[in-house]
Design a protein around this ligand. Structure first.
Ligand SMILES: [Zn+2]
Length: 252
């Protein structure tokens, strides 16, 4: 029997470049335990990235803040309490790297909700990746606002994704249609503004202001068409849902 455990890692800026980041908050959630929420001291803090982390500089001086080495031990201890962990994350490869977690040791399998819900953009020949608020919106999961809420949201999102055979493809189709028709509500679609002087464009050559190398998105397409082909029609969220319901109800 597997245990589904969600891991969220937030990062603070240690410099102006988009690669200048260090883990500042770690949250772990499972269905059966209280959430574990750790604030991690950041050596040479440049900016706490408050709009995303909900942490301010003074939070790093509060009691209970731990060094990264301690946070790694606490994370490993927390995961060791479960048997056969499926670790759910967003940006899981990076989180596992910074926390020194390995498949077969601290967890049995990883599930990255960003990868599970990416969609292939046929027009431009690249993958579209969606921010957590957008994924939560299409899944009917409350949109999270801090690290602990993000861990709980990922847990709910994953459970929804694996709850039925067509759930994931339905969610991908809806994400794509909502994106193409600019149908997401403002509070979901709007990215929080980064602080002045901190580049946040690790994946966008055209937006990066810092000159550090960007991390290109892989451009290899899917081996086979995934899900039901979305209709070309654009419209409101209600239209999109009606189209999807009709497409998924039709016998194939
Ligand atoms: Zn940059």
């Amino acid at each position: 029997m597997h245990t589904i455990v969600a891991l969220n890692v937030d990062y603070a800026a240690t410099g102006p470049g988009h690669l200048d980041r260090a883990p500042c908050r770690i949250s772990i959630a499972s269905a059966t335990t209280h959430i574990i929420d750790i604030v991690v001291r950041v050596p040479s803090l440049f900016d706490p990235m408050t709009m995303y982390t909900a942490l301010s500089e003074s939070d790093f001086d509060a009691p209970g803040v731990v060094e990264l080495e301690t946070a790694i031990e606490m994370t490993k201890d927390a995961l060791a309490k479960f048997t056969s962990v499926i670790l759910v994350g967003h940006g899981l490869a990076r989180a596992a790297r910074v926390l020194q977690l390995s498949v077969g040791r601290e967890y049995q399998a990883g599930a990255d909700v960003i990868e599970m819900l990416r969609t292939w953009n046929r027009r431009f020949g690249h993958w579209n990746y969606y921010a957590l608020p957008k994924m939560c919106h299409v899944a009917g999961v409350p949109v999270p606002h801090n690290s602990a809420e993000r861990a709980l949201a990922m847990l709910a999102l994953y459970e929804r994704l694996v709850s039925g055979p067509f759930v994931a493809s339905w969610m991908k189709d809806k994400l794509q249609l909502m994106q193409y028709s600019r149908g997401f509500p403002t509070e979901v679609a709007t990215k929080p503004s980064p602080p002045d002087g901190v580049c946040v464009w690790a994946y966008r050559d055209d937006m990066c202001q810092c000159g550090q190398p960007t991390l290109g998105t892989k451009s290899e397409g899917p081996a086979a068409a995934v899900g039901t082909a979305p209709r070309a029609r654009t419209g409101t969220e209600a239209d999109i849902e009606a189209d999807l319901e009709a497409a998924y109800a039709a016998p194939s």
